[in-house]
Design a binder for this molecule. Structure first.
Ligand code: SF4
Length: 266
C-alpha cells in the first residue's frame, strides 16, 4: 500500500482520513497543528498515543526538506539550499525588512519555461514540488534563523502556475488560521504568463465565496510579473487575464518592451 503525503492534506481531507482510521475527530486538528509546526516524524506528536502514531506511520509519510547549505549576506539576507526526500535540490531566499521577514520559495525542481535570462530555465525540469515541500522550505528557514516569516513570494525555482493544483493547496495550508496563518495579502505569486491558468484563477475567484481565494486572486493577478513569453502567450493576452475579476495592482515587466499606457496604471 502506497503511503500518502499527510502534510499536503488540507484540514477537510485530513478529517476524512482520520475518520477512515476510526480515530476521534479531534485528532485531525492535533495532527494538522503538529504538521504546520514543522515536525518531521510522527514520534514528535507527543500528545498522541503510541498506537495512534504507529497507525499514522503505517498509512502516511512526511516529506523532508533539509537545509544543506546557507549563505548570509551583510544585510542579513540568507540564501538556502535544501535537499528533498528524493535527493533533489531547491533554493529559497530569506530577506529581512523593517516591516518583517519575507521568504522567496521554489515551486518546482527546475523549470520548463526556459526564459532566456534565467539560470533555472537552462537546467531543465525535474518535477513539481508537493504542497508540503513548499511549506517545508518556510519551516526549515524559520527554524534555522529563529525567525517568523510574515511575507511569502512564490518566485524561486519553477513557474508556480505550471504547478497549479499544488500551489493552490499550499496557499490554503499556509493561510490556515491553525497553521502558519499568513494572510493572502502577504503572499505574492510571480508568473511568466501562463495565460489559461491566470484565467482559471480569475474564474475561481468569481465562482467562490471564499474570502481567501478572492484576496489571493487580487494579489496574484495584480502583482503578476509579466514577461513577454514568445510563442506561448503575449502581454496582450496575459494582462486582460490579470485584470479579470479584480483590480489591477502594480504590474511590472522584467523583459524588454514597453507596456501601453493603460496597463501601467496603478
Ligand atoms: S518561469 Fe521563472 S524559473 Fe522558470 S525559466 Fe522563467 S524565470 Fe526561470
Amino acid at each position: 500500500m502506497e503511503k500518502l503525503d499527510i502534510k499536503s492534506m488540507t484540514m477537510d481531507v485530513l478529517k476524512k482520513e482520520i475518520s477512515l482510521l476510526k480515530l476521534p475527530k479531534f485528532r485531525a486538528m492535533q495532527v494538522f497543528r503538529w504538521l504546520q509546526r514543522g515536525v518531521t516524524h510522527f514520534d514528535e506528536m507527543t500528545d498522541l498515543s503510541k498506537e495512534t502514531r504507529a497507525q499514522l506511520e503505517k498509512h502516511y509519510w512526511i516529506p523532508s526538506v533539509k537545509v544543506v547549505q546557507k549563505r548570509t549576506s551583510k544585510d542579513g539576507t540568507v540564501k538556502f539550499l535544501f535537499r528533498l526526500f528524493d535527493g533533489e535540490y531547491v533554493e529559497a531566499v530569506l530577506m529581512r525588512y523593517h516591516y518583517g521577514i519575507s521568504i522567496c520559495i521554489s515551486t518546482q525542481v527546475g523549470c520548463k519555461m526556459n526564459c532566456s535570462f534565467c539560470a533555472t530555465g537552462k537546467s531543465g525540469f525535474s518535477r513539481d514540488l508537493l504542497p508540503s515541500e513548499m511549506l517545508g522550505q518556510i519551516q526549515a528557514a524559520q527554524a534555522e534563523e529563529a525567525v517568523r516569516v510574515s511575507n511569502i513570494v512564490l518566485m524561486g525555482m519553477g513557474e508556480p502556475l505550471d504547478n497549479y493544483e499544488n500551489v493552490l493547496r499550499f496557499l490554503e495550508l499556509v493561510s490556515h488560521p491553525d497553521g502558519m496563518n499568513i494572510g493572502m495579502r502577504h503572499i505574492s505569486l510571480s508568473t511568466c504568463g501562463i495565460v489559461d491558468k491566470i484565467y482559471a484563477l480569475a474564474e475561481k475567484s468569481r465562482q467562490t465565496s471564499r474570502k481567501w481565494l478572492k484576496a489571493y486572486a487580487q494579489r496574484a493577478y495584480g502583482r503578476a510579473l509579466c514577461v513577454l513569453w514568445q510563442d506561448r502567450g503575449t502581454l496582450s493576452h496575459t494582462l486582460p487575464g490579470a485584470c479579470l475579476g479584480c483590480r489591477l495592482g502594480r504590474v511590472r515587466t522584467i523583459a524588454t518592451g514597453n507596456l501601453p499606457r493603460p496597463w501601467t496604471a496603478q
